[in-house]
Design a protein around this ligand. Sequence first.
Ligand code: NCD
Ligand code: ZN
Length: 332
Amino acid sequence: MKIVLQSPLDMHLHLRENTMLQTVAPYTCRTFAGAVIMPNLVSPVDSLEKLRRYKDEIMKAGKSDTFAAYMTLFFRKYTREELAQAKKEIIGIKLYPAGITTRSESGVSNFDEIDETLSLMEEMEIPLLVHGESNGFVLDRETEFLSMYQRLAEAFPKLHIVMEHITTAAAVDFIDRYPNVSATVTLHHLLITLDDVIGGLLDPDLFCKPIAKRPEDRLRLREAVFSGHGRIMFGSDSAPHPRHKKECCGCAAGIFSAPVALPMLAELFEEAGRLDLLQHFTSDIACRRYGIQPPQKTVTLEKKSWTVPELCGTVKPFGAGRQLRWSVTETV
Ligand code: NCD
Ligand code: ZN
């Protein structure tokens, strides 16, 4: 049995820099035709100069001529000139509330000061990608942030807003109310709930932001995805941290799912009886919503089992040690 995907895309990806970039980039660049690259580096990607340098490094590390790095700038106040220059080289601008997740310290601390830039982005048709969490109680952060999403969606009705890595039923309901809003959902949020993280023995490898939520939230995400929702697309949020930064006190947030993304999605969609929607979820929605034409890459998955390695370099991948039913057998 085979599945053939045309130009699968990962619409939310962390690749890091230096040795880590060298380790992780090939996993994505081999099996995906493109990915949206997050800008939360040690020194955030907030200028065209940094962005160009970073893109070069990614393309060298990824070693694939059928991979597009869709770059994002880290949100700050940008002038019209800066945005006009950047427009052709970016897919969007990523907004982080200050301090909400890994390397977001220089994110937005005053949401009253962002409208000028957003208005320019709306006019210039530059999408806004958002890590939508408040700094409230951890399980309520995404839901509390919905009022901000509402303000933005109503104040800037032509701005394409992408709610990144949604985890709640409330977020799914919200999207349906605003045609200018899309979302990404991760593999892990379709698979796990908070119980998998802290309900038994604490599992730092499943600790990520936003934290996995309740069974009913996972169910609503699955219902949306498996009904072929037209605005909820795949973004892995694969976020590698070396093992010693995960298995320690003060564990870093992030799940490294790039090596298993497509095989595990195939398993999940097969179990739901919706393999027919995998192409839609991993490519078509993103192409339509962002108006992109990724490089042509035909990716074949076959029913051949393999065991997820315990480590990829210094990083423990999602599902380490598990046997998976589907393998990527060919990419052309
Ligand atoms: C991400 C990271 O490590 O960069 N971590 C995570 O838990 N998802 C940042 C992010 O997307 O929040
Ligand atoms: Zn992320």
